[in-house]
Write a protein that binds this ligand. Sequence first.
Ligand code: HEC
Ligand code: HEC
Length: 349
Amino acid sequence: MGGEGSGIMSWKKTAIRLAAGALAALLLALAVFLTIFPRVSAAPHMMVDLSEARIKRGAYLFNNVMGCRGCHTPVIEPAAYSFPTDPARTGAGRLMGGPEDGLPAPIHSPNITPFELSGWSDGEIYRAITAGVNRQGQSLFPLMPYQAYATLDRRDIEDVIAYLRTLPSQNGHQPENSLPFPLSLLVRTAPHDAASQPRPPETDKLAYGAYLSRAAGCFDCHTQANNRNQPVGTPFAGGRAFPAHGYVIYSPNLTPDRKTGLGIWTRARFIGRFRALTPDATRQMAVPAGSPNTPMPWSELSGMTDTDLDAIFTYLKSLPPVRNDQPMVQLEPGRDMPKAAIPSDSAKN
Ligand code: HEC
Ligand code: HEC
């Protein structure tokens, strides 16, 4: 009997040892994971040149190309078409959305005016924009498009930093973002060191247009993505889902397919569509609460130069045409057709 009892005892001991071993292995794996990721180098030593020319180009990239203004500035209320932002509060940050908008948790864009960044070195800001970690080395949620910015010309990022240094300070911190488990761990695998590539000359329209279409998020938004936010499927063929409260907007096809893409679009129509949607115009275009509003940052992109829009158009027209019959707006069952949806310019053409 005693033998049986001690048998149970030793079996229990073995089980406890095994469990302790498994737990130790798990903790060790976690410790190794936490030391390896995020896998980024120290912030580079750099001194950004604050010349007028570089600040001016930085302003253009920040406000009209790279989307910084749209994400890091409070939008005017009530929201108007394409969420025009409040010019008096540039860079103050805001609540970007939550689970109703397809985000894993409420996500805030931080204040990126000198109020917040004056203590950061130029290299730390460069690393945040291109590699995706903050000053303390913590991973940024990749809604901040650092994976796209990683491939841009270092001079362009430096120009943006020069402009950031000149922004009027906006008081107030945005709340820190906290991601649910296991995303809180997985997000550590997203940051990577920048792989900067030179900006092609404007005269090489195709290469320059391709470069801009990445800098301006056209590629990211107009290509389907998987649930880890990675592009899948044909580049620029559209179909990326943007869920919002009760509806989903799918980005349209930008390949030159004649039926479902830009096939019959002329250069004038393409540039004209942007020009029609300046912040002055969009601020007047009220969108009733609950109706679909476009995620496409028309208000900012409307300020791109003719040269740049022309290069993007030329590049898009050079892509192989792909058909994509995905409708642009889909409502959740039981919802009425929206009152103000997506204005169309087709009548004008
Ligand atoms: C699509 C929206 C979006 C765009 C576009 C965007 N950001 Fe961000 N950015 C964010 C969000 C959200 C965070 C916070 C991520 C987190 O906390 O995990 C962030 C974080 C940052 C940070 C880190 C700040 C801190 O205190 O940790 C900097 C710096 C920054 N962005 C600068 C920029 C600049 C400069 C641009 C344009 C070149 C830009 N961002 C474009 C959404 C965006
Ligand atoms: C944040 C995501 C996002 C970004 C960045 C973005 N788009 Fe869009 N775009 C959309 C969505 C969604 C639509 C559909 C709603 C609409 O027409 O506004 C759209 C619509 C369009 C249309 C109208 C197509 C049609 O059939 O009416 C064109 C043209 C276009 N985008 C081109 C571009 C180009 C060029 C860029 C880069 C300079 C770009 N987009 C950047 C999401 C985006």
